[in-house]
Design a protein around this ligand. Structure first.
Ligand SMILES: NC(=O)c1ccc[n+]([C@@H]2O[C@H](COP(=O)([O-])OP(=O)(O)OC[C@H]3O[C@@H](n4cnc5c(N)ncnc54)[C@H](O)[C@@H]3O)[C@@H](O)[C@H]2O)c1
Length: 344
């Protein structure tokens, strides 16, 4: 199947022609559409896309702009076209794709492990039906570049050799949905499996504890990580770079990829924190959280975007400490706004 020079590929059924869209428009005339855009990764990806002049249609069910405000001054947010869209509503997703004709889609909208445990049916609507709605809209409206977030939680593990929780089962299902949209409809996609991403704005989900520890050290608070683990800790700026590059790339197939193969322990993390904030009172509880530590493969991603600049743990922690201090005033003066920030 030949790739269109601007990224829009005819599917096996030729939907592009059927829907009469003009795929000879210049790539930069059409926006990147992001779901779950007010979230942690969405805000970092938007900041990265704005920095290189991309047009962004940012969609979410919330109007909370606090994360993007902490990364991009409001005066520089003019290129963001904010839209309300619930990905579990197929009509709304379809109408959005029809209206904005995106050049590329980054589908991030999802509910996290604690929510999936507490309310599995509602989460399945978002994490599974939402995935189908986005792929269906991509099929109908001829989107050639579809990037979505799976998770390391989709990887099989333990005695059952299967995902360890419902969130992981939903993410694994999302990968299978993507595979079938390629096999049945020729829709190419790239499913990325972040492991533990950290940085300013990471305030939801079990593994947000990593960011909380860095924030506490930056602001001079004590903090106990609720678990010890060995894991891949990845800086949000590096992850945003990966997603941004993927929106400009072209590939065939339903690819799934890890983002890194670097494994570190929470002891390594605490050492990095103490190197940057000497005397930081960050510790770990004696509860071991089992995580996959081998079998990572980021080759599919490298085939799509080539090499990207990796951020070491020390550099990512240093950058995160500096950002929290700039936002919240540092150890001497954690601002009332920062101290009161929801979820922290
Ligand atoms: N941050 C990580 O370390 C990590 C690791 C693995 C996978 N992921 C995946 O990456 C994606 C983004 O993660 P994040 O850390 O930014 O999470 P996040 O919780 O900060 O953002 C998710 C966003 O989805 C939105 N959302 C929820 N329900 C929605 C709905 N029905 N319609 C539209 N939007 C809805 C939320 O309002 C939120 O803004 C998610 O799919 C997540 O599962 C993240």
């Amino acid at each position: 199947m030949a790739a269109h020079p601007l990224g829009a590929r005819p599917t096996r059924q030729g939907q592009y022609e059927k829907h009469g869209l003009d795929f000879r428009m210049t790539a930069d005339a059409r926006p990147v559409l992001i779901t779950g855009a007010t979230g942690f990764l969405g805000s970092w990806i938007i900041a990265r896309l704005l920095s290189t002049g991309s047009k962004v249609v940012a969609t979410d069910v919330t109007d909370d702009r606090s994360r993007i405000d902490s990364l991009v001054p409001p005066a520089d947010q003019g290129a963001i076209d904010w839209r309300h869209c619930d990905v579990s509503d197929g009509y709304a997703v379809d109408a959005l794709f029809a209206e904005v004709a995106p050049a590329a889609v980054i589908h991030l909208a999802a509910l996290q492990i604690p929510a999936c445990r507490a309310n599995p049916v509602a989460c399945a609507r978002v994490n599974i039906i939402g995935q189908i709605n986005v792929f269906e809209a991509a099929r109908k409206h001829g989107v050639g570049n579809l990037v979505y977030t799976s998770s390391i939680a989709a990887k099989p593990r333990g005695p059952a050799n299967a995902p360890a929780n419902l969130y992981g089962v939903f993410k694994k299902t999302d990968e299978e949905i993507a595979r079938l949209y390629w096999e049945d409809h020729g829709i190419s996609s790239l499913g990325l499996r972040p492991f533990i991403v950290y940085g300013v704005g990471r305030d939801d989900g079990e593994t947000s504890a990593i960011t909380r520890a860095i924030r506490a050290a930056a602001l001079g608070h004590a903090y106990e990580l609720p678990f010890r683990t060995e894991s891949c800790f990845q800086y949000a700026g590096e992850v945003a770079e990966i997603f941004a590059r993927a929106t400009e790339a072209h590939w065939d197939g339903a690819l799934v990829s890890d983002l890194t193969t670097e494994v570190a322990s929470t002891d390594d993390l605490l050492a990095a924190i103490r190197m940057i904030v000497p005397g930081a009172t960050v510790t770990t509880a004696e509860i071991h959280r089992a995580s996959p530590t081998d079998g990572f493969d980021n080759a599919p991603l490298k085939r799509v975007i080539g090499d990207w600049p990796a951020t070491s743990l020390a550099d990512g922690v240093r950058e995160t400490v500096a950002r929290f201090r700039a936002l919240e005033g540092g150890p001497a003066a954690a601002t009332a706004a920062g101290a009161a920030r929801k979820n922290w």
